[in-house]
Design a protein around this ligand. Structure first.
Ligand code: NAD
Length: 459
């Protein structure tokens, strides 16, 4: 099934030889590879849409918007800035180094591993790769085994566009990945669940390999009376329903007052009709759940719940309708794990202070959403909670801003990427002090040499 014609040790050895040869170091080479990657995306729109449809039954528009366009924009932005980013930095110095050169060189790490997840199968594999190429590394890409059509697309097409001396795709599930992780990499960039993130971190520790872990968690939304409930419902439900809720930064649950809960359900009924008509099942714009196993898991979360909207499940077609649950308790099953599906539980709180306490009683989320026009409450929530990233008065959209770092904190991950942050992630900043060897420089150096006579003492 997998198209690996070389073993992990052979692949890593090949790439290490390439890296040592210096082939990936010139900026011109990196630019050429990024342009080739751009060409691969532009020339293969239909095959990509087909692969993602085969894997996830996503709508064509969602694949173009959330996978292809996002990658093309990321490449464009990187190409615009790569020369400026890669220049040596000149930090400020003190009088002690007035005769010397002090600068920071940007070294690529070497051979890096990028592991993607299935929910945005092309985006999550290639987006970090853009930063890794821009920074001058050799890359092993490991797409998710749960999105096999996209994995196959990458394994067959990437070698036609990217230099195989420097960039390889390695396919596989748990056994293949376990073998791959035995190799020594210079950096590992992993996207996926928190549980597997711990496995990756443990194997990286064997070689003291630095990592970025892009993980998941339960991302809360707080909505108060100052926000327009209909607009909020539109933005929250879009974030919840895109890719049928299988988005790492999908709003997981809603915190609002009892009074707003009712208004929100009424507004949601209207919004969902506008989005998907009377029957989301027959809408070409509404996705499906990855597998029957995940449908069963999600249906388990609905047992005994107070369903205000939706709740329709069809295991055979992997369908779950957009669903809203009322008066959910923090101890309910739906609040014990990341939902990763189109189910929105509502937990009632009195005010922003209650919301802060609730958020802080749980693991640090990957994203936090606040819908409010009360400036002071927004500031209170921002300064008293911790989250990977935040959007105020919308959901998901902070992901699209290239100048913002994207990543988790605590159990939702470590490190970040996008735009310059991707370039920085895959770059070791090497501090260089280039001393002057002249007589004046040597005189200035003399106080540090023994014997430490009284005249040399500063205090
Ligand atoms: P997944 O099953 O596709 O796994 C991710 C990667 O880990 C794949 O390459 C897979 O082959 C590999 N893998 C799985 N089990 C492994 C094991 N035992 N040993 C070694 N490698 C293994 O994806 P998933 O974990 O189901 O992804 C969903 C999770 O990822 C959710 O929690 C979601 O929130 C999170 N996620 C986070 C981001 C982010 O940017 N922070 C993005 C997307 C998804």
């Amino acid at each position: 099934m997998w198209q690996n014609n070389k073993s992990p040790p052979e692949i890593v050895n090949d790439l290490r030889n390439t890296f040592q040869s210096g082939k990936t170091k010139p900026i011109g080479y990196r630019v050429k590879q990024l342009k080739s990657l751009e060409r691969m995306l532009k020339e293969n729109i239909e095959p990509i849409v087909q692969a993602v449809t085969d894997d996830l039954n996503k709508s064509k528009q969602e694949t173009i918007l959330m996978e292809i366009d996002f990658l093309l924009n990321e490449i464009k932005y990187t190409l615009m800035h790569i020369y400026e980013w890669s220049k040596p930095e000149k930090p400020s110095t003190t009088i002690a180094n007035v005769l010397d050169s002090v600068y920071i060189l940007h070294d690529p790490y070497g051979v890096v591993l990028v592991m993607g997840a299935w929910n945005y199968p092309l985006l999550l594999t290639l987006s970090p790769v853009i930063g890794a190429i821009a920074a001058g590394n050799c890359v092993v890409m490991k797409p998710s085994d749960l999105s096999p059509a996209t994995s196959k697309f990458l394994a067959t097409r990437a070698p036609e566009y990217l230099d195989v001396d420097s960039y390889r795709v390695y396919e596989g599930g748990i056994p293949e990945t376990t073998e791959l992780l035995k190799e020594r990499f210079d950096y590992i960039f992993y996207t996926g669940s928190t549980t597997v993130g711990k496995i990756i971190q443990a194997s990286a520790a064997e070689h003291l390999t630095p990592t970025t872990l892009e993980l998941g968690g339960k991302s809360p939304v707080y909505l108060d009376r100052s926000a327009d409930v209909y607009t909020a419902a539109k933005r929250i439900l879009w974030g919840k329903c895109v890719n049928a809720g299988q988005t790492c930064i999908a709003p997981d649950y809603l915190l609002c007052s009892k009074e707003i809960q009712g208004e929100f359900v009424n507004a949601s009924r209207k919004v969902l009709k506008e989005f998907f008509g009377n029957d989301p099942k027959s809408s070409p714009d509404y996705g499906r759940i990855l597998s029957e196993r995940h449908v069963q898991r999600l249906s388990g979360l609905l047992k005994g719940a107070n369903v205000a909207l939706g709740g329709e499940i069809d295991v055979a077609t992997k369908y779950i309708s957009p669903t809203i649950l009322l008066d959910v308790k923090p101890t309910d099953p739906v609040m014990q794990e990341e939902i990763f599906g189109p189910i929105l539980p509502i937990i009632t709180v009195e005010n922003a202070f209650d919301a802060i306490n609730f958020i802080n009683s749980r693991e640090k989320p990957l994203a936090l959403y606040i819908f409010s026009n009360y400036k002071r409450d927004v500031e209170q929530i921002l300064s008293n909670t911790s989250a990977g990233g935040v959007t105020v008065n919308d959901t998901v959209m902070h992901l699209t801003v290239h100048s913002l770092p994207f990543g988790g904190v605590g159990s939702s991950g470590m490190g970040n990427y996008h735009g310059k942050y991707s370039y920085d992630t895959f770059t070791h900043k090497k501090g260089v002090l280039h001393k002057n060897l002249g007589v004046i420089g040597e005189t200035l150096s003399s106080p540090r040499y023994p014997p430490y006579t009284k005249g040399k003492l500063t205090y």
